[in-house]
Design a protein around this ligand. Structure first.
Ligand code: NDP
Ligand code: 8X3
Length: 256
């Protein structure tokens, strides 16, 4: 039997959770649309996914640039325009300063990427899902969206917005078979902390001292599980924490 493969679009597929999702969905028999800013990294992830049997299309753009996103999505034709799953993953934290000392450019970058970029992709992709009466939007939120932690202020607010935007979309598509999921990871060891601390690798490594953090594959497994549930089952929200993390603020670290 020649079953048509499903297609997943993953934003921020060049690293960490997005890259792990690319591998997982390739292994799971999907074709992939990988989006990101770094074409060299996109092509490396593409080659790895093709080696796992997926057909892969790469779209290079920055989710903060609405026109780039619009023309990338408009370039999709044929089977590539029928997206079954959108994983809104592109995102970042910058800084851990007190709110009254924070860098306003960092705030703008986080808000433009984590909130406005996610909304742009949702606005561009979901109409097709509604028209086909089929699809799944999986947003990568965070435990940070549940409550603020020290220095988290604006980043936590963006992930809180992801929760509300996800819940709002779920209401707006409830008449259709489109499903909407918010996956909320805790500590995941990726490039996330290196980016947060503006390239300071030692500082980033300290975040994961004394605890075994999650890895990108742990989150990709949960994303794929949600996407694989029967169509009448909507995994609305999942909080995924390392075993020694209790919430955004409380982490038990083994003495070194
Ligand atoms: P990484 O830094 O490893 O990956 C982030 C990805 O997002 C990269 O591919 C990055 O691309 C991309 N990205 C960032 N800004 C943009 C942009 N403007 N346009 C397009 N792509 C962009 O971190 P993670 O894999 O950990 O992060 C993925 C998501 O998971 C984020 O939304 C993050 O907030 C969330 N998350 C992470 C947790 C963690 O502890 N790691 C926990 C909870 C949630 P580039 O290399 O070009 O910057
Ligand atoms: C990423 C997890 O705890 O660093 O969203 O905010 S945390």
């Amino acid at each position: 039997m020649n079953m048509e493969k499903k297609t997943v679009m993953i934003t921020g597929a060049t690293s960490g959770i997005g890259e792990a999702c690319a591998r997982k969905f390739a292994q799971g028999g999907y074709n992939l649309i990988l989006t990101g800013r770094n074409s060299e990294r996109l092509n490396a992830v593409k080659a790895a996914a093709e080696a796992l049997g997926a057909e892969v299309l790469v779209l290079q753009f920055d989710v903060r640039h609405r026109e780039e996103a619009e023309s990338a999505v408009a370039s999709l034709t044929g089977k590539w325009s029928n997206i079954d799953v959108l994983v809104n993953n592109a995102g970042l934290a910058l800084g851990l300063e007190k709110e009254y000392e924070g860098d306003m450019d960092d705030w703008e970058t986080m808000i433009d990427t984590n909130i406005k970029g996610l909304l742009t992709m949702t606005r561009l992709i979901v109409p097709g899902m509604v028209a086909r009466d089929h699809g799944h939007v999986i947003n990568i939120g965070s435990v940070a969206g549940d409550a603020a932690y020290a220095g988290g202020n604006v980043y936590c607010a963006t992930k809180s917005a992801v929760k509300t935007i996800t819940d709002g979309l779920r209401i707006d598509v409830a008449e259709s078979n489109v499903r909407v999921t918010n996956i909320k990871p805790g500590l995941v060891e990726t490039n996330f902390s290196v980016v947060r601390f503006h390239g300071d690798k030692d500082h980033a490594d300290n975040v994961y001292k004394g605890i075994k953090p999650l890895c990108g594959d742990d989150i990709a497994d949960v994303v794929f599980y949600a996407a694989s549930a029967p169509e009448h089952v909507q995994i609305a929200e999942v909080l995924v924490l390392a075993t020694h993390q209790a919430n955004g603020s409380f982490i038990y670290r083994k003495p070194q």
